[in-house]
Design a protein around this ligand. Structure first.
Ligand code: FAD
Ligand code: 2HG
Ligand code: ZN
Length: 470
């Protein structure tokens, strides 16, 4: 294996192959649950180098774990503890290659940090709408590989819907040049969509052509107190009716989730949460004038108050206030991490089933594990809940995970099945759900996934043991 490290140094330059010192930024998962050990971390600077690295690793029989910003939440981007896997970091490949305003596209390398991509789009006068709490460190390659969702999906779709073309290095080290900005192309199988969401198991994404949108002319943000999850769903229906395509975000947050933000970040001044079990954060971004947008927004809130699905509300008066409200929402993950290790779920359900799911699952968990604390929040507009579970107050969180995680997952996943949902809407499968998937995925679909993995990566070089076992 020393000779592989030497070969890699020769291919990408010695300073870009790290084999000693503290590599925990690459080897530990974001949630600090698992620490792996890589043979080395290799940081290629261009697509040809990525291809050469893959060829060298394949020839040496070493497997590769691709990594972007290492913000993934399902342990898919760190090496195992064998000390034999090569961690391939895309971080140096972060250039914006081109902006085509007339075609409304931007072409970027996969290591481009999402926030830098958003800023590049804005500087050119356009919107790149993908938005996640981790946007300061996650990369577009990671977003594509996990088909990330975030807070604008209700209007713009998941990362998949935002992508037109991909450049990919295959498991054999060949370069698939698919960086097209075409919106229509029916020349055969859709390989782009195969790589999107494959979590680094089928190919390494090195660049992408993404869609741009006009910047909205007006944007309104409100924070509403709602008496129940059923009322939150009613409010969502009203928002669709009143705002149409102007509805860009619709997030729900439970009282306990917000109390954690209040506890760990009191300076954020969480509004309204003390008097209500649920809050909703909704956003209306419109191509119409501010005045038109405001009239429609006010009509929505008036109807919601009349119907009783909103009992109180705060409407942001400035961009700064709107940003502060979003910041509170985006801080739930960090506040939960401050509170201690926890169990995460990123489930999806038909929106209509969410109130019954929450009622049934809350009751079952509280009955089975007295004192358990439920951190419910998420992208209600997309039917996607982060149904997270925190140890009882004062309990040892590691012991809680060791003794209760399987049981908690079983209860949650059984209810997801009962209400016709999916066990992962956003974060993917990684290592954390790979052994649960066979119980919840259609067996024919799972067998086809394994067939594809074997066909594209017969030697299991790319991210083995993640998504599907072969
Ligand atoms: P990594 O964590 O480095 O990798 C993720 C997976 O993609 C791994 O399997 C890795 O092997 C693979 N991969 C990475 N880059 C490539 C590449 N170029 N080619 C092939 N495979 C690759 N997720 C959401 O969907 N919605 C959210 O709202 C959201 N909010 C978050 C908030 C916080 C605070 C945090 C910490 C995470 C959040 N996430 C969210 C999860 C995470 O940020 C996303 O999954 C993100 O897309 C991962 O990007 P990354 O660059 O960090 O990828
Ligand atoms: C979010 O929506 C992310 O904020 C993270 O998907 C969710 O912390 C979580 O469970
Ligand atoms: Zn999310």
């Amino acid at each position: 294996m020393t000779s592989l490290i030497d070969t890699l140094r020769h291919l990408v330059g010695a300073p870009h192959v790290l084999a000693e010192g503290d590599l925990s930024a690459y080897e530990m998962d974001w949630r600090k649950r698992i620490q792996g050990k890589a043979l080395c971390v290799v940081r290629p600077g261009n697509t040809e180098q990525v291809a050469a690295v893959v060829k060298a690793c394949a020839a040496a029989g070493a497997s590769i774990v691709p990594q972007g910003g290492n913000t993934g939440l399902v342990v898919g981007s760190i090496p195992d503890d064998s000390g034999r896997q090569v961690l391939l970091s895309l971080q140096r490949m972060n250039a914006v290659r081109a902006v085509d305003g007339e075609n409304l596209t931007i072409t970027v390398e996969s290591g481009c940090v999402l926030q830098n991509l958003q800023q590049a789009a804005e500087q050119a006068g356009y919107l790149f709408p993908l938005s996640l709490g981790s946007e300061g460190s996650c990369t577009i390659g990671g977003n594509l590989s996990t088909n990330a969702g975030g807070t604008q999906v209700v209007r713009y779709g998941n990362t998949r819907e935002l992508c037109l073309g991909l450049e990919v290095v295959t498991a054999q080290g060949d370069i698939m040049q698919g960086l097209t900005g075409l919106r229509k192309d029916n020349t055969g199988y859709d390989l782009r969509d195969l790589f999107i969401g494959s979590e680094g198991t089928l190919g390494i994404i090195t660049a992408a052509t993404m869609k741009l949108f006009p910047l909205p002319a007006a944007s309104l943000t409100a924070w509403a107190a709602v008496p129940s999850m059923r009322d939150a769903v009613t409010l969502l229906g009203l928002a669709h009716q009143h705002l149409g395509a102007g509805l860009t975000g619709f997030e729900v947050m439970g009282q306990f989730a917000l109390s954690l933000v209040d506890k760990h970040y009191p300076q954020l001044r969480v509004p309204l949460f003390k008097e209500t079990p649920w809050c909703v954060l909704l956003e209306n971004a419109d191509s119409e004038s501010e005045e038109h947008a405001r009239t429609r927004f006010e009509a929505l809130m008036e109807t919601a108050f009349e119907q009783g699905c909103v009992t109180d509300a705060v409407v942001a008066e400035s961009l700064t206030q709107a940003r502060n409200l979003w910041h509170i929402r985006e801080s739930i993950t960090l506040a939960q991490a401050e509170e201690g290790l926890n169990i995460k779920h990123d489930i999806s359900l038909p929106v209509s089933a969410i109130p019954a799911f929450v009622e049934a699952t809350d009751a079952e968990l509280m009955r089975e594990i007295p004192g358990v604390r439920l951190v419910d929040f998420g992208h209600l507009g997309d039917g996607n809940l982060h149904y997270n579970v925190q140890a009882p107050e004062g309990g040892d969180t590691r012991v809680f995970l060791e003794t209760q995680e399987e049981r908690v997952n079983h209860i949650v996943y059984q209810n997801v099945r009962r209400f016709h949902g999916s066990i992962s809407a956003e974060h993917g499968v990684g290592s954390m759900k790979v052994d649960s998937l066979p119980s919840y995925k259609d067996p024919t679909a799972l067998a086809l996934m394994a067939t594809l993995k074997r066909a594209l990566d017969p030697h299991n070089t790319l991210n083995p043991g993640r998504v599907v076992r072969v």
